[in-house]
Design a protein around this ligand. Structure first.
Ligand SMILES: Nc1ncnc2c1ncn2[C@@H]1O[C@H](COP(=O)(O)OP(=O)(O)O)[C@@H](O)[C@H]1O
Ligand SMILES: [Mg+2]
Length: 243
């Protein structure tokens, strides 16, 4: 049975980075077919995950979502692949796209897309937007087998969750089942990690700051695996937990 793993959290908590690294880890560790879907049409993901690709090598997930019927063939056309990594693919929005680029779609369409992705892959990692007004993200949360909720050790993160968590009180969001992680995205100054953990109460893993990731994001190499031992060990443990 295929699984959907949703990654949700506050803006800038490292959701996209983590979703990519988790997809790579599951792909390598379990020799599984993995697709990563990024729902963000506010800051489209493909331009910074694949900055060196030619535009004809990139395809938008907005295209299948705008069809009257979502077919497997149409979805396959929107998968971006990496050389040397068969059975690993990425779907997302392209450079210059925004919420007006494609017609609106409803939950039925989002469900149809997720169902095709599940038919194609063992694991579908969904990089959800911070705001669940994004239908694809909200649907992925409802359909997922596991929800990883990322926080950053910042006051902004606390503000985000105290504002947004009450919106998802409906049991369908399975708030109490979320796997909460603290992602240390900054190392320049003192980060109140313990204070934030106390505040969020339910933190079950902490991803350490990783300089290599910072460099990869500058170089446009985020789709490369990380060799940093501490970060990789944490990532493997999380992969084992959700697989
Ligand atoms: N563990 C980490 N160590 C260092 N930098 C990180 C880590 N995780 C994420 N980042 C950096 O944090 C920033 C935000 O990450 P991103 O994945 O774009 O967040 P989001 O998708 O939540 O908005 C990026 O510059 C990314 O390189
Ligand atoms: Mg993102």
């Amino acid at each position: 049975m295929s699984k959907i793993i949703a990654v949700w959290g506050c803006p800038n908590s490292g959701k996209t980075t983590f979703a990519v690294k988790l997809a790579l880890a599951i792909y390598e560790r379990y020799k599984a077919t993995v697709l990563m879907l990024s729902c963000d049409n506010f800051t489209p993901t493909l331009p910074f995950l694949f900055p060196n690709s030619k535009s004809e090598e990139l395809f938008s997930v907005g295209v299948p979502l705008s069809k009257a019927e979502i077919t497997q063939q149409e979805v396959i056309k929107s998968i971006v692949t990496l050389k040397g990594k068969p059975n690993l693919g990425f779907l997302g929005y392209m450079d210059g796209e925004n919420k007006y680029t494609y017609p609106d779609y409803d939950e039925t369409k989002a469900l149809a897309l997720l169902s095709v992705l599940k038919s194609l892959a063992d694991y579908v990692i969904v990089d959800c937007t911070a705001s669940l007004d994004n239908i694809l993200s909200a649907t992925a949360i409802l359909e997922s087998n596991a929800i990883i909720r990322l926080a950053a050790p910042t006051l902004k993160s606390i503000s985000f969750f105290s504002s947004q968590i009450p919106l998802y009180a409906d049991p369908k969001y399975r708030r109490n089942d979320h796997i909460v992680g603290l992602n240390v995205t900054e190392a320049d100054c003192y980060m109140p990690i313990d204070e934030i953990k106390t505040h969020l109460k339910e933190v079950s893993f902490t991803l350490p700051y990783c300089r290599e990731i910072r460099q990869q994001s500058i170089d446009g190499m985020l789709t490369k695996a990380v060799s940093d031992k501490k970060y990789s060990a944490k990532l493997k443990a999380i992969a084992d937990r959700v697989v």
